[in-house]
Design a protein around this ligand. Structure first.
Ligand code: GCV
Length: 689
């Protein structure tokens, strides 16, 4: 047997773990591993888990051992020991490569789990009862170990444990919009831990957190990619980052600038059909794989918001994606070609343009190309219908892009739990193959038989002590990982896990925070952009600016979207308007074409309606808008009051930090109401014209 902790550090760990309500910075995320209360439950866990064996020796095996030592020692208040021999352990973590695991005869259980899946069961080894975490691969053993730690954190009994889990999506990625100078586009939690110099300690902790929720890839630079990121000095840094992430089974991906052949390669052109360009990308891929053998691939933002792309040479998105895909294919890499395009020449309605450019290309992309598509057709608004590309490109794997960083949702000042919004998207029925064709089945490949599957979340992490600026931003990182693993999980269940691990499991604490979280997204919608209104902001994407009419382009204004004037309000996307409804399938197209059949939540997304339009509530549209804003403010105040009841029930430091943020949120909500209600009232009455 081997003890991994020195006595002094053990003492400190135990002391720290057992001090209730000590000040906390939030740095430990949901991996706090605070000691369980003394009692029979803890005694049972100690008996079951005190001595563990990992059946394989590798960097990932060592990572698992370190995490179990840390986690079990903290939770059980006794030094967890690593045994070299599974026969003397009470907990065995292994892969099917190990004779001890094979001898269990569980072959049938491993079928279909892949390398990332795992089983957790009880067994008998050397005539003694053991808990076994077993997998086909080391990644599954890692995820299984974290799953077991989660079960103990949640105080689930292990006496009849029988778990078999595997992820529904193969690539579960974070996209970091981190610039090489260390700034972060739409980042609200401090500077980057990747650039300009990798912060090794922070990156290792980041990797732990990601592995604990099954995230297995990181795009480490912004999609607004600096071509320099593909030059040797930056590739060396990427390789250093990859080395830290590798034991946690996280692959590095890079955002590539389509103009790199000219910008850093000295070529005369970036034309994807030019042979020298193809050769340049092949050589670049070879160079990257020499440095990073498990490199995941490229994400590309092309012909979008001023970024270069194949259309600069009269070529299509498929031509552009394929040249990179061909370079990566021999190494097993993929291209994630973003569909965030909105060329005004394609269609007057911005939300229609991606569909118009991409759907005709279905079947023209190489097999290792994803189209990476935001959840909605505009841009991460508080509420959008799902993007009509989901279900419309059966021959192309679609990678869903969600935004964890709260660009349009109060940034790191407002408490908004995003899982309910993501569930709305994942569960939305596309009707692509008739009723029962949800987005989740488009992206997990089951609807159209895709081999490549994935989801990406734009990260909300930075160097702030608590990682995400707002302590509740952590919940969105956590929820993204859990939904990437299984899109069918419920938002409430995910919240409960996170609350218990992050704040404690006292019933009043769990119930209060649960209620706050589950309401928070709808509250935000009510006081900012109710009834399907969208983009009522200015350049900071934070403060209300319904009067915004003078951005560089019309589709960056607010007036382009709300069309508020004396006749009414809303964007007419019906067959009498922009016809965006017809990018959706029956029966959605007909439903959303008719205001009476459109849910209130999406009404002004699809319809321009008179102010006296009679709502389901009996109120006029104009009254309903004011009512939503008023309600939102009252609800925001209620969130603050609910939180206040937790004083003394959670640690003081985080209590105060969240209280301050909620206070600001209430003030901001009132500003939204004042500004928007007055603006729309003026528009209605024609005042100011
Ligand atoms: C990375 C929105 C954001 C931009 C972002 C862009 C994108 O427009 O405001 O900051 O750029 O989306 O997703 O490419």
């Amino acid at each position: 047997m081997r003890a991994w902790l020195q006595p002094l550090s053990l003492l400190l760990l135990l002391l720290a773990a057992s001090t209730p309500l000590r000040a906390e910075t939030g740095a430990d995320l949901w991996l706090r591993y605070h000691a369980l209360p003394d009692g029979p439950e803890r005694t049972t866990y100690r008996r079951e888990l005190e001595t563990f064996a990992v059946t394989f020796t590798s960097p990932t095996g060592d990572t698992i051992a370190r995490e179990l030592t840390r986690g079990l020692t903290g939770l059980l208040g006794v030094r967890a020991r690593r045994a070299d021999d599974p026969r003397v352990a009470t907990l065995v973590i292994g892969t099917t490569a190990s004779p001890a695991i094979r001898a269990l005869g569980w072959d049938a259980a491993f079928k279909g789990l892949g390398d990332d899946g795992f089983v957790i069961r009880r067994a008998t080894i050397a005539r003694a009862p053991v808990v076994v975490v077993a997998s086909n691969g080391e990644s599954g053993a890692l995820y299984g170990a974290f799953h077991l730690l989660r079960l103990v954190q949640l105080r689930r009994p292990l006496d009849r444990i029988d778990v078999a889990e595997h992820p529904r999506l193969a690539r579960r990625l974070l996209n970091h919009w981190d610039n090489l100078d260390g700034s972060i586009e739409r980042g609200y939690a401090g500077r980057s831990f990747f650039w300009p110099e990798p912060d090794a300690g922070r990156i290792a902790d980041y990797a732990r957190a990601n592995a604990s929720i099954g995230i297995n890839g990181s795009v480490i630079n912004s999609v607004n990619a600096n071509p320099q990121s593909l030059t040797p000095p930056y590739l060396q840094k990427a390789a250093a980052i990859a080395a830290i992430l590798r034991p946690y089974k996280i692959r590095v991906y890079l955002a590539a600038n389509f103009a790199a052949p000219r910008a850093i390669g000295g070529l005369q052109t970036n034309d994807p059909l030019d042979r020298s360009v193809a050769a340049w990308w092949r050589a670049k891929a070879d160079e990257i794989y020499k440095l990073i053998p498990d490199f995941g691939g490229f994400v590309v933002k092309a012909n979008s918001e001023g970024q270069p792309g194949p259309q600069d040479y009269g070529r299509t998105h498929a031509d552009g994606a394929n040249v990179l895909a061909d370079a990566l294919a021999p190494h097993g890499g993929v291209v994630m070609w973003r569909a965030f395009v909105y060329n005004a020449d394609v269609d007057p309605d911005r939300v229609k343009r991606a569909y118009a450019e991409f759907v005709p290309l279905d079947g023209k992309f190489r097999p290792n190309v994803f189209a990476q598509v935001k959840n909605g057709p505009l841009d991460f608004q508080p509420r959008e219908p799902f993007h009509p590309m989901f279900g419309a490109m059966p021959k192309t794997p679609l990678m869903a892009e969600l935004q964890i960083t709260q660009e349009y949702l109060g940034q790191s000042n407002h408490l908004v739990y995003l899982a309910p919004m993501w569930k709305e998207f994942l569960d939305a029925d596309t009707f692509a193959r008739g009723a029962g064709s949800p987005v989740s089945k488009v992206i997990d490949g089951t609807l159209d038989g895709q081999r490549e599957t994935g989801i990406a979340g734009v990260a909300n992490t930075g160097l702030d002590a608590n990682w995400t600026g707002h302590d509740f931003g952590q919940a969105n990182w956590y929820a993204f990982g859990r939904l990437a693993w299984n899109p069918d999980l419920q938002a409430g269940a995910i919240a409960d896990e996170w609350i218990r691990m992050t704040w404690g499991d006292a019933p009043d604490v769990v119930a209060t925070i649960h209620a706050i979280m589950l309401e928070s997204r709808e509250v935000y919608v009510h006081y900012t952009m109710p009834l399907g209104l969208h983009h009522l902001i200015g350049g900071d994407h934070y403060a209300p600016m319904p009067e915004n009419a003078s951005a560089q382009r019309p589709d960056w204004t607010a007036v382009y979207y709300h069309h508020a004037d004396t006749t009414g309000i809303g964007f007419d996307r019906t067959r009498a308007g922009s016809k965006a409804v017809d990018q959706y399938r029956a029966p959605l197209a007909d439903r959303w074409n008719d205001p009476a059949a459109t849910p209130d939540e999406l009404l002004l997304w699809f319809h321009h309606l008179p102010w006296d339009y009679r709502m389901r509530s009996g109120r006029t549209l104009s009254q309903e808008i004011s009512e939503s804003y008023n309600r939102g403010v009252l609800e925001a105040q209620a969130l603050e009051r609910q939180w206040a009841t937790l004083e003394g029930h959670v640690d003081d430091e985080r209590f105060a930090a969240v209280s301050a943020k909620l206070h600001r949120q209430v003030r901001d909500a009132a500003d939204w109401r004042t500004k928007c209600v007055a603006f729309f009232e003026h528009a209605r009455s024609g005042a100011g014209k």
